[in-house]
Write a protein that binds this ligand. Structure first.
Ligand code: FAD
Length: 352
């Protein structure tokens, strides 16, 4: 299925040369996950070659930033390629969703659609666990790839951490623990990585993944810059006092009794450079994509595949989420179209 370019080629010739050297590596960790000889280790948001490469070529087959055959993968996932007017990828239905469970609403980022779908799937035996991003009190909002197998763990991982979490690495935990049915939550680059592994037939890693929830993502930020230098250093805000970080035109830090706003132009100086080469805003290859898109208390949901549609409509029928037509929020829909185009154009410019 794969092109010759991604055949038996060494890590040095493929990923090191064409992805890392060119600044295209998103740090997803897929190459580290699939290397059958453990030649790669993950550190400083990138793969590091720690043993002589055995030239099996598997890392290049899996890397979403190396020779990514988008139209073939669209055909593989959706049975067709996108049409030129499908600005944010192929979909079946658009909706606004909000959790009905108060506990979820207290912890989630927007409308809690992601956490609700994960808990609905867990309670109904569709999954035995979910790959999510959790942070600890010692380093608030710094995400760790986590395999959550209980209601509590999924709930604890709710909410957005605007820093990079290589969730792909937690697939190894699912394999180790022999968890057979797993949901995957990730950023667009990670959804592309999973689809490339599926397309390449790397069954061992993808068989447990039952559905993919893709987050909309403009970019991730650098923790040392945004959190340490700016929020703690310049603004004097203790991260343990921050209840929530959200972006709604500005970056908003919700504290106990006030909200601190950081203009996006200021926050963006701490954006990860490698995100500038990513052209996918809305996780265009996920089963279900989600974003906040300026909404308050609702998640904008893009249902893309039949699998995604079945899960979403069952959660809706069971009353786990309430929904509204997306057409009720033209601003969000316009923003989705605008940000999708902007990210694609910007990535092409940077790649020139
Ligand atoms: C880095 C980042 C940038 C984003 N940028 C935008 C944007 O520009 N525009 C927009 O509309 N939406 C953006 N989003 C998506 C948005 O913040 C919400 O995640 C989305 O609306 C779902 O809300 P929810 O209440 O349904 O999710 P919740 O129910 O709160 O669930 C969120 C899920 O995402 C997981 N998660 C949190 N942080 C990460 C992370 N860093 N990596 C992987 N998984 C994570 C959590 O573990 C949880 O399972 C971004 C998300 C991230 C992580």
């Amino acid at each position: 299925m794969l092109t010759m370019k991604a055949g038996k080629v060494s890590f040095e010739e493929s990923i090191a040369e064409a992805v890392i050297k060119t600044g295209k590596c998103v740090g997803c960790g897929t190459c580290v996950l699939v290397c059958p000889f453990s030649c790669l280790e993950y550190g400083e948001e990138r793969p590091n070659l720690v043993k002589e490469c055995k030239v099996c070529g598997i890392c290049a087959q899996a890397c979403p930033q190396y020779d990514f055959p988008l139209s073939k993968i669209e055909n593989f996932v959706f049975g067709r390629e996108r049409k030129p007017d499908e600005a944010f990828g192929i979909y079946r239905r658009l909706a606004l969703a909000r959790a009905t469970d108060k506990q979820i609403l207290e912890k989630c980022q927007d409308g809690g659609a992601v956490t609700t779908l994960l808990l609905f799937a867990l309670r109904n035996g569709i999954i035995d666990g979910a790959i999510v991003a959790k942070s600890e009190r010692e380093k608030p909002f710094y995400p760790h790839p986590t395999l959550a197998t209980t209601t509590d763990n999924i709930l604890q991982a709710a909410g957005t951490k605007y820093f990079y979490s290589p969730n792909i690495l937690a697939i190894a935990k699912a394999l180790e623990q022999k968890i057979g049915k797993v949901a995957f939550v990730g950023t667009p680059c990670q959804i592309r990585a999973v689809r490339k592994m599926q397309f390449a037939g790397l069954k061992k890693y993808v068989t447990p993944l039952k559905f993919l929830i893709g987050l909309a993502c403009s970019e991730c930020f650098i923790y040392d810059g945004l959190m340490k230098q700016h929020i703690i250093g310049k603004l004097g805000v203790d991260p343990n006092c921050i209840k929530k970080v959200n972006i709604k035109g500005k970056m908003l830090l919700t504290l106990e009794s006030e909200t601190v706003a950081i203009p996006l132009t200021e926050a963006k100086q701490y954006a990860r450079k490698n995100c500038r080469l990513c052209e996918d805003f809305s996780s265009e290859l996920a089963d279900i994509s989600v974003g906040g898109l300026g909404l308050e208390g609702w998640t904008f949901v893009i249902i893309r595949t039949g699998q995604g549609e079945e899960l979403f409509s069952n959660a809706e029928k069971a009353g786990a989420i309430i929904t509204k037509e997306a057409s009720a929020e033209t601003n969000a829909l316009n923003l989705l179209t605008k940000l999708s185009g902007k990210k694609r154009t910007a990535a092409k410019e940077v790649a020139k």
